[in-house]
Design a binder for this molecule. Structure first.
Ligand SMILES: *Cc1c(COP(=O)(O)O)cnc(C)c1O
Length: 411
């Protein structure tokens, strides 16, 4: 891929954008680290023209990297054809996208896709479905310690971190968090009062953490026995991120489990906002009847055209294989770097655990940014890498070379 020429930025703009931001935008995200003006492939550029290798991809969103020609063409052609129509109507990209989702998940007859605009919204729909499980009236929904399911009130109730939830109490009632990785605790918690169990196949926000072997299988068996739903939140792990279309389709990660509901977002639109709540089988699709849920923007033609371009390009460019192979190679290489104690995750969703007595992932990420690499200090001990699925080893190599210096391991 040819690199575009550097855009010149004035030093003036570099000084004022922080002030401009804080004058007019919500402080909720904290101060932005960069003022980005352009992207191409695996790189983005700031207003001063400095180039960064994007090893986070908008938090596992830019599956095809920045401004992939297929994605740009799909979005611009759809914008020039039909942009928005409401859900009184449908459009060709909406149907084509849903058909493609059925195909990649090999969904049984009666399965259905509900399209929305974000991960939280995809989980909100799943929550409403859970309230209807078993004919309704089952009060308990179970989530796992360490889980992240979003920030809206319903999704927030499922999110484990107390600091996110407590300022907004009282939250949505009935949610119980079970200890991470503990099959016995899950078995003790799941019964005929349980509407649903929500699980991320790999927990992203807590540092890219897999469940112990047997956990997903146990969750499936327990929910089936209790007549409860198993909801897999694949907002971060889906759409090729781990080297399968969805992480649970990998026999090792998914343990052969077929969920009742799958939620997707992040990588699905490749940068356009879109979420999906996928019900597996007719009984699950029937949980919500016409009129019981809705969204104005969900399933709009531009977002659907973008998502369709993402899924099609993952196919045509062989990106599932690429993500798996490159991910395996990166694990091997990262584990050899002094200062790295372990690497977790799968495919191109990796958690790099730092060794030493006082690991400071935040400081490492700040030094990386200075050196032109975007990584995410997901916890104090771990860096999260979620680069575009299109990234090459050649593009990542400078980061691997720089990492020992960025880690500054004690000599
Ligand atoms: C990011 C994320 C969400 C929330 O998605 P938003 O689009 O930010 O609302 C939900 N679940 C998981 C697993 C996520 O990683």
């Amino acid at each position: 891929m040819t690199e575009p020429t550097t855009a010149a930025g004035t030093s003036d703009s570099a000084v004022t954008w922080r002030e401009d931001f804080s004058r007019v935008l919500s402080p909720v995200f904290g101060a932005p680290q960069l003022d980005l003006v352009r992207g191409q492939g695996s790189y983005v550029w700031d207003a001063a023209g400095k180039q960064y290798l994007d090893l986070l991809a908008g938090i596992a969103v830019n599956a095809l990297g920045h401004c992939h020609p297929a994605w740009v063409a799909a979005v611009s052609e759809q914008a020039a054809t039909l942009g928005h129509i409401s859900n009184f109507f449908t459009s060709p990209p909406q149907i084509a996208l849903a058909e493609k989702i059925h195909e990649i998940l090999d969904l049984p007859e009666g399965s259905a896709v509900f399209l929305s605009n974000s991960g939280a919204e995809a989980n909100e729909a799943a929550l409403k479905m859970a309230r209807r499980a078993g004919g309704g009236g089952r009060p308990i929904i179970i989530a796992v310690d360490g889980a992240f399911h979003g920030r809206t009130m319903g999704a927030l109730a499922l999110t484990a971190k107390a600091a996110y939830r407590e300022p907004f109490a009282p939250g949505v009632p009935g949610v119980v968090h079970v200890p991470y990785g503990d099959v016995d605790a899950l078995a003790a918690a799941v019964n005929d009062t349980t509407a649903a169990v929500f699980i991320e196949p790999i927990q992203g926000e807590v540092g890219v953490r897999r469940h112990p072997a047997g956990y997903l299988r146990a969750a499936r068996d327990l929910t089936t026995a209790a007549g409860s739903l198993l909801v897999l939140d694949e907002v971060q792990t889906g759409v090729g991120r781990t080297g399968s279309w969805f992480a649970h389709q990998d026999p090792v990660i998914g343990e052969g489990v077929v969920p009742d509901i799958i939620t997707s977002a992040k990588g699905l639109g490749g940068g356009m906002p879109i979420g999906a709540t996928i019900t597996v089988g007719e009984a699950n699709t029937a949980l919500l009847s016409p009129g019981q849920h809705g969204t104005t923007f969900g399933g709009n033609p531009i977002a659907c055209a973008a998502a369709l371009a993402v899924l099609t390009t993952i196919d045509t460019e062989g990106l599932l294989d690429h993500a798996r192979r490159l991910g395996d190679q990166l694990v091997t290489e990262l584990e050899q770097i002094p200062g790295v104690s372990a690497v977790s995750g799968a495919g191109l969703l990796l958690g790099v655990e730092l060794s030493g007595e006082h690991p400071d992932a935040k400081a490492v990420a700040a030094r990386a940014l200075e050196a032109g690499f975007i990584v995410n200090p997901v916890t104090p001990e771990r860096l999260r890498l979620a680069p575009p699925l299109t990234i090459t080893h050649e593009e990542i190599a400078p980061f691997l070379t720089a990492l020992p210096g960025l880690l500054r391991p004690e000599d």
